[in-house]
Design a protein around this ligand. Structure first.
Ligand code: C2E
Ligand code: MG
Ligand code: MG
Ligand code: MG
Length: 296
């Protein structure tokens, strides 16, 4: 009987495993298919989060972040559906939608007298696509914006094998006036060689280091080293995921150029971001900076 039960249990386990697998495969398949439709139907959203300079508190950029409220699954993390878009062949369509939407928003901000850059996450799949920069130029042309109001956020992972391609793409991006930020810096593999080779204008210090400021001396030293390196190599440092005043104070004291995170503002819808930007111009930045003048 014992043996029979064990076997039976094993079989049940297998069934549970199997149904979990099926569920995941179904979810993946559904999301992949629905994503194509969502891009086509304009059902996706871009939210925007400010990046604020710690010297004069101007808005260095507004990072565009994808949002998708799926009719069945609810809000799906961009980390999940961007990965699926990359593996299922819809990344170039998705990336184009993001670029077009973000640059159109930037154009609207300019019309309101808001002079900043929109900072767009670019997947390595896009960078490696032949004709990527031509597509980008086409979008800028359609929208009527120059690259001076665009930052391209890229992760380190790209550079690994495709050095020449990356060099060409970076040169072509810069010809439009766009600048380049390395995203999630410190979590990749080729950090240092990447920086000296490609000379990005900005380095974004990964949230995992920023969150430990005030708790872990080691992480504080890493952050300090990245900031110093940025200064030496003439790259602006932006700390990601800043959630409290203490973090801002430490970053400021160390000479970090800019901060982005919930402590400044959460990612906001386009209209919310516009209202935030106008308020920032009309006293918001003064209110924010006041708390750092007193105690430094
Ligand atoms: P990322 O580019 O590193 O974006 C920063 C992430 O940190 C965002 O997550 C943002 O909402 C979150 N964040 C900002 N401030 C704070 C904070 O103070 N605390 C915490 N805990 N989190 C904070 P999100 O929006 O979920 O995006 C996740 C990732 O998805 C992004 O990481 C980026 O890699 C990718 N992604 C988002 N939008 C796009 C896009 O349009 N294209 C591509 N290729 N990737 C995108
Ligand atoms: Mg980013
Ligand atoms: Mg990042
Ligand atoms: Mg990150």
């Amino acid at each position: 009987i014992a043996m029979y039960e064990a076997k039976n249990q094993g079989r049940n386990r297998w069934r549970i495993f199997e149904s979990a697998m099926t569920e995941r495969i179904t979810r993946t398949a559904v999301i992949e298919a629905d994503l194509r439709e969502a891009i086509y139907n304009n059902d996706l959203l871009l939210y925007y989060q400010p990046q604020v300079c710690l010297l004069d508190y101007h808005v260095l950029g507004m990072e565009a972040l994808l949002r998708w409220n799926h009719p069945v699954f609810g809000w799906i993390s961009p980390a999940e559906f961007v990965r699926l878009a990359e593996s299922s062949g819809s990344m170039s369509d998705l990336g184009e939608w993001v670029l077009r939407t973000a640059t159109t928003q930037m154009k609207d901000w300019l019309a309101l007298g808001i002079d900043t850059r929109v900072s767009v996450n670019i997947s390595s799949v896009q960078v490696c696509q032949p004709g990527f920069t031509a597509v980008l130029r086409g979008i800028l042309h359609d929208v009527g914006l120059t690259g001076d109001h665009l930052t391209c956020e890229l992760t380190e992972s790209i550079a690994f094998s495709q050095t020449e391609l990356v060099e060409t793409v970076f040169r072509e991006l810069r010809e439009t006036g766009a600048i380049i930020a390395v995203d999630d810096f410190g979590t990749g593999f080729s950090s240092l060689s990447y920086l000296t080779r490609f000379r990005p204008e900005q380095v974004k210090i990964d949230r995992s280091f920023v969150q430990k400021l005030g708790y872990s001396k080691d992480d504080e030293e890493i952050v300090r080293a990245i900031i110093d390196m940025g200064r030496i190599l003439n790259m602006k440092t932006i700390a990601e995921g800043v959630e409290n005043r203490e973090q801002v104070q430490i970053l400021r004291a160390r000479g970090c150029d800019a901060v982005q995170g919930y402590y400044v503002a959460r990612p906001m819808t386009g209209p919310e971001a516009t209202a935030w930007l106008l308020d920032w111009q009309n006293g918001g930045s003064k209110r924010f900076s006041a708390q750092f003048l007193v105690c430094d």
